[in-house]
Ligand binder design. Structure first.
Ligand code: ARG
Length: 468
């Protein structure tokens, strides 16, 4: 057993040294060191509050704040030594503080425990990370909206069951993703409200007999609210779970997008070519250009969902209040944020650089009877009940299929032989672009509606960019 060099902050009651294997097993410094900045911010705010209520003198606060800022710089410049014996980032920083300023440093942990300290640092870190993800989502939306004008004249098959269904404008696809990512952003924003709550001051689990002022700490750290129950504070990881759920939702949307574009970039579809710098080749098949980035966007979704699952299982059945199990919350939540950030950062340039294969799309657009529904609605507008119109068009599609021609190539006599409500006007709804143009409902793929939505999105993005 190796003797440890550093005395533990909690060693008073102990007569024996911690087993080295226990130190290795219980440490979190290897992964929670990235909370250093949040921990220092929270400590400075805490010390400032302690000075406000005269538990510290102004001079003591200043010494603590200065030393903590020095420690922050040392960590940033890699002049800081991390050791397993000091367990976690919180102990490291406090230990370094005491080494610098002695007894004054020993006062920082007044009216605080690592239980409320850890959640405070984690809340601050997640708050920042949410803001970063939100900016990435805005960048993805911007990339999609940025394509809309140039792609306005492209009609794509819309699918249900991955079977050709009805024609839609390409920008209608792009804006569908904008809507999904907007809900993701709203969910994150809502989650942020529950992240942005001060836990500090709950101390270990019961609060403190010292006359602290939590409103001050909350104000210094920009928290919107103060947790009202100290037992809840050190046991609550809802904010971590909720963040992970939001991230899993984003990853799912990204995965759908990636899957669609992977299909579209096959020779079979040939709708789209991802930018070459975002593709990779094969070590054996010289002709291959593979959409690996899209595949990894889809693949990494598994990690994010796994992280959510880990957090759910981790927190299941823990009694109040803090339990050491909770230290395990960090790896999955850090990984979830890192993964989603990486995915979104690659998605934006990939979306911007992809090239629609217009000729290939156009050459096969009249396959699959995408205009059948528009034809049915043409009959409905002439007073035919929907169920009857559906049957009539079904028979026409069967006829056209037998002859292997599109509906628009059937002669008028065939239409009229099936129903006398048909007149020459029928040709104005047949064909993919007529079928699209015939649309008019709000939210539909009607060019006028899509145009309105593009304008709405452009204005929204403009506003958000201006707001910074
Ligand atoms: N590193 C620990 C964590 O992240 C800090 C809390 C330790 N608290 C305790 N009472 N042992 O959860």
């Amino acid at each position: 057993m190796l003797p440890t060099k550093t005395e533990k902050a909690w060693s008073g009651v102990f007569t024996e040294k911690t087993d080295r294997r226990v130190e290795l097993f219980t440490e979190s410094i290897s992964f929670d060191r990235r909370l250093y900045e949040a921990d220092i911010l929270a400590s400075i705010a805490h010390a400032q509050m302690l000075a406000d209520v005269r538990i510290l003198t102004t001079d003591e606060f200043q010494q603590i704040a200065d030393a903590l800022n020095d420690i922050r710089r040392e960590i940033e410049n890699a002049h800081f030594e991390f050791k397993i014996e000091l367990e976690d980032i919180h102990m490291h920083i406090e230990h370094a503080l005491i080494e610098k300023i002695g007894d004054v440093g020993r006062k920082l942990h007044t009216a605080r425990s690592r239980n409320d300290q850890t959640v405070t640092a984690l809340r601050l870190w997640i708050r920042d990370a949410i803001d970063r993800i939100d900016r990435c989502l805005l960048a993805v939306q911007t990339a999609f909206v940025g394509r809309c004008d140039a792609d306005f004249d492209v009609i794509l098959p819309g699918y249900t069951h991955l079977q050709r269904a009805q024609p839609v404008l390409a920008p209608h696809y792009w804006l569908a993703y904008c809507e999904k990512f907007q809900r993701d952003r709203e969910r994150l924003g809502d989650c942020r409200k529950r992240v942005n709550i001060l836990g500090l001051g709950a101390a270990a689990l019961a609060g403190t007999s010292l006359p602290i002022d939590r409103t001050k700490t909350a104000e210094y750290l920009g928290f919107e609210d103060i947790a009202a129950n100290s037992l809840d504070v050190s046991s609550d990881r809802d904010f971590v779970l909720e963040s992970a759920f939001c991230l899993a939702g984003i990853a799912l949307h990204m995965s759908t997008f990636a899957e669609e574009w992977i299909l579209w970039s096959t020779a079979e579809f040939n709708f789209l070519r991802p930018p070459q710098p975002f593709c990779t080749g094969s070590s054996i098949m010289p002709q291959k250009v593979n959409p690996d980035v899209l595949e990894l966007i889809r693949g990494k979704t598994a990690r994010v969902i796994g992280n959510l699952q880990t957090l759910l299982v981790l927190t299941k059945g823990l009694p109040l209040a803090y339990n050491r199990d909770l230290q395990e919350d960090k790896l999955p939540i850090f990984d979830a944020f890192d993964t989603v950030e990486a995915v979104l950062s690659l998605a934006s340039p990939l979306i911007e650089g992809a090239v629609l294969q217009r000729e290939s799309i156009r050459s096969r657009l009249e396959l699959g009877y995408l205009d059948a529904t528009a034809l049915m609605e043409y009959l409905i507008q002439r007073g035919i009940p929907q169920r009857s119109a559906h049957g009539i068009v079904g028979r026409l599609v069967r006829l056209a299929m037998e002859r292997a021609v599109p509906l628009a190539s059937l002669p008028m006599s065939d239409f009229q032989a099936i129903h006398d409500a048909f007149d020459m006007g029928v040709f104005s709804v047949l064909g993919a672009s007529n079928a699209v143009a015939a649309m008019q409902s709000y939210g539909s793929t009607a060019p006028s509606e899509v145009r309105k939505q593009i304008d709405v999105w452009k204005a929204k993005i403009e506003r958000e960019r201006a707001a910074g």
